[in-house]
Design a protein around this ligand. Structure first.
Ligand code: GLA
Ligand code: GLA
Length: 686
């Protein structure tokens, strides 16, 4: 496998082309457009400014329910049709949104069951957005009626290119605990388990006398006195993700039945725990995501890269795009720092480098009133006098010239496996360490790869992995037998897996695999994990590589008994002294590394140096956030993106060089990049 260039088969970089309609031949540019907040005179000006900025796609109608249905059953589409006409006249495409994320006041007032209930039994109030119980029959009926009317009235308008269902599903209230949820949960359970005996067995209800004698006794995990049954909690999380998905599919079906060729999306939020985005992404024609990396965090470029690598990976058969980013500040953190000059542009190219087919903003024009009036926008309160406007127009004109990136997917040879059910179960109460968070486990392994310029595809444990040279498995706590077989057969066929502690611990029901830990993943472990020993915060586990170097781990130690694997490193002090902590084993034609602690940065680097696919590239800088390098590779050309996130100018070797796409001039053999500087160098495929 090593040495073979492996591409994503499809997806990243592909043209947004669905059915009869061509949605995109270029990197799309635009944002949420909320004309309902403005008088008509402003609309004309908006469209002119959009043309000036190179905008060619806007999301319209996303929070317009109260205007589209001002009174129950009374609809008003003329204003929307006028907006669409204006946009069509200017050649600006529309991502038509369903307005179901913001039910109107009349709906919540008249049908209180559309409002969700918290775990204590209190009902949320209206007066904001997203106060939705997705299992409320009233909400569902009104949402269906609204979407059907929207599709019938304007779905076939020539401006409409895409359908945008709802907005950030589950964003503000991911879990509702009402009786409608309880009823739907019981139906979901009946379908999943078939019988009460199966349910009791799956949930281990003999523990703490939780046995159910009737399905109606099952309630959502509301306020409980002690830890809730984690198996119940896990299934409730599965059910809630599915319940939102069911509502999404209902809206999607209505949009598509009115217009079968419509490309439909809904905007995701990156690593958002409540929704299993792998499941969701199977039902969208375009993955879209909202990225608000915090400018106050010095590591924002890495967080942003990681968000994009996930978005690209959720469904590798469809394109992906940034549906929302901010032009500068947001207004919902406690301190909302602006983006520094050049950072918005750099972050946008970061998305394109990682395969995005569109870069859009929330929102087009900053609001005068409402909860987000101090959120930045493409058109600020100061209008075109704002420095943001210059950045917005510059980027729009540049993106218009990148058509040739079509069909040049992102080159990624390394996969990182994540699973939402495993995430849910891992972070349930009652674990050996309460601080065991998936985000920390992912960052531990993603950060050094990012710093080495190794591009990572996030993958589900259910998908085929044979396109990758190495697969990283950070704390995949919940693992089905089928998922484990997938990983094992990947190694058998010649792949390399690096797996960390607390992987393969429980089955799909959150019941422990007995024997030494690891369950169906044990063929790849080469050792027996006979117990676990979380460390104190700040404590270091000292270790020594067999080659003599010292190292350290933090947070956690597996208690490992040696067996057939080759011990690469052992603990050197304390009660675990002499025990293996990093073990290598051969399996079939491949190799696996098992790591029993969260190695510190230098020790992780040592481990990754052992694996060719994880060594990185000499042209990317090591040991700090500096120049990001990502390659998109098409049939004739390889496009090398270099983005300087360092605070000072950087000089880089670029081999023979080639045409630089943004300036249209040849560069090489070295290029110099100012802070936030970007080059896209086109190299011939050799
Ligand atoms: C208490 C309870 C036990 C068990 C332990 C756990 O002692 O009585 O049932 O929950 O805590 O430490
Ligand atoms: C989310 C929402 C938008 C807006 C932005 C603000 O992404 O989808 O409607 O609230 O946040 O950052």
């Amino acid at each position: 496998m090593a040495g073979r260039r492996i591409f994503n088969e499809q997806g990243a970089g592909a043209v947004l082309r669905f059915g009869l309609r061509v949605v995109s031949m270029r990197v799309r540019y635009g944002g949420d457009y909320n004309p309902e907040q403005w008088p008509r005179e402003v609309w004309e000006q908006d469209v002119q400014l959009m043309q000036e900025a190179g905008v060619d796609l806007v999301t319209v109608g996303v929070f317009s329910w109260a205007l589209l249905e001002p009174r129950e059953g009374v609809f008003s589409f003329d204003w929307l049709r006028d907006v669409l006409d204006l946009l069509a006249g200017a050649g600006i495409g529309v991502d038509l949104a369903t307005p179901t994320a913001a039910p109107p006041a009349w709906l919540s007032a008249r049908y209180p069951d559309v409002l969700p209930i918290d775990p204590t039994g209190s009902r949320y109030s209206y007066g904001s957005r997203q106060a939705i119980c997705v299992c409320s029959p009233n909400y569902r009926a009104k949402a269906r009626a609204m979407v059907a009317r929207l599709a019938a009235e304007v779905g076939s308008h020539p401006a409409v290119e895409m359908g945008h269902v709802h907005n950030e599903y589950a964003c503000h209230v991911p879990y509702c605990y009402c009786d409608n949820h309880a009823k739907a949960f019981r139906e979901w359970l009946a379908h999943r388990y078939g019988s009460l005996d199966n349910l009791n067995a799956a949930w281990g209800t003999t523990f703490w006398s939780q046995t159910y004698t009737d399905l109606d006794e099952v309630v959502p995990p509301r306020m409980t006195a002690a830890f809730v049954n984690p198996s119940l909690d896990l299934d409730y999380k599965r059910f809630c993700s599915d319940a939102f998905l069911e509502e999404f599919l209902e809206e999607r079906t209505i949009l598509k039945s009115a217009r079968p060729d419509l490309a439909v999306t809904t905007n995701f939020m990156g690593f958002y725990r409540p929704l299993d985005y792998f499941q969701w992404a199977a039902h969208v024609d375009v993955v879209s995501t909202d990225n608000y990396a915090d400018p106050a965090d010095p590591e924002w470029p890495m967080y942003s890269a990681m968000h994009y690598d996930l978005s690209r990976g959720l469904n590798k058969d469809v394109p992906w795009m940034v549906m929302e980013q901010s032009a500068s500040r947001v207004n919902w953190r406690s301190h909302n720092l602006p983006k520094q000059p050049g950072h918005m542009r750099a972050m946008s190219y970061q998305a394109v480098a990682r395969g995005a087919t569109g870069v859009l903003f929330f929102q087009w024009r900053a609001s005068r009133a409402g909860a987000e009036k101090f959120h930045s926008a493409m058109v600020s309160h100061a209008g075109t006098a704002s420095p943001v406007w210059a950045e917005v127009t510059e980027l729009g004109s540049e993106l218009a010239s990148l058509d040739e990136l079509e069909n040049a997917p992102v080159e990624a040879k390394v996969a990182m496996v994540i699973s939402w059910p495993s995430w849910w179960a891992l972070e349930a109460p009652g674990q050996p360490s309460r601080d065991l968070l998936l985000a920390d486990q992912l960052l531990w392994v993603y950060r050094p790869l990012y710093e080495r310029g190794v591009t990572v595809d996030f993958c589900s444990p259910d998908e085929r992995l044979d396109r990758y040279d190495a697969v990283i498995v950070p704390s995949l706590y919940l693992l089905s037998a089928g998922q484990a077989a997938n990983l094992v057969s990947y190694v058998q066929a010649g792949g390399t897996v690096v797996a960390s502690f607390w992987s393969g611990i429980v089955d799909e029901c959150d019941s422990v695999y007995l024997g030494p830990y690891g369950g169906p993943l044990r063929p790849l472990m080469g050792c027996d994990v006979v117990d676990v020993a979380p460390l104190r915060s700040g404590e270091t586990l000292e270790l020594k590589w067999e080659t003599g170097e010292s190292g350290g781990g933090v947070f956690w130690a597996d208690v490992i008994a040696e067996c057939e694997g080759r011990v690469l490193a052992r603990v050197t002090g304390g009660g675990l002294s002499g025990r293996p902590i990093v073990v290598e084993s051969n399996y079939g034609d491949g190799r696996a590394y098992y790591v029993g602690s969260r190695l510190d940065a230098a020790t992780t680097a040592h481990l990754f140096d052992l694996v060719p696919a994880l060594r990185g590239d000499a042209t990317s800088s090591r040991g700090g956030l500096a120049v990001e390098r990502v390659v998109r590779a098409g049939p004739n050309w390889r496009y090398e993106f270099l983005i300087n996130f360092a605070a000072e100018e950087r000089e880089l070797e670029v081999g023979a060089g080639g045409l630089e796409l943004l300036t249209g001039v040849d560069v090489g053999p070295s290029v110099s990049l100012k802070p936030s500087g970007i080059v896209i160098i086109r190299h011939p495929v050799t």
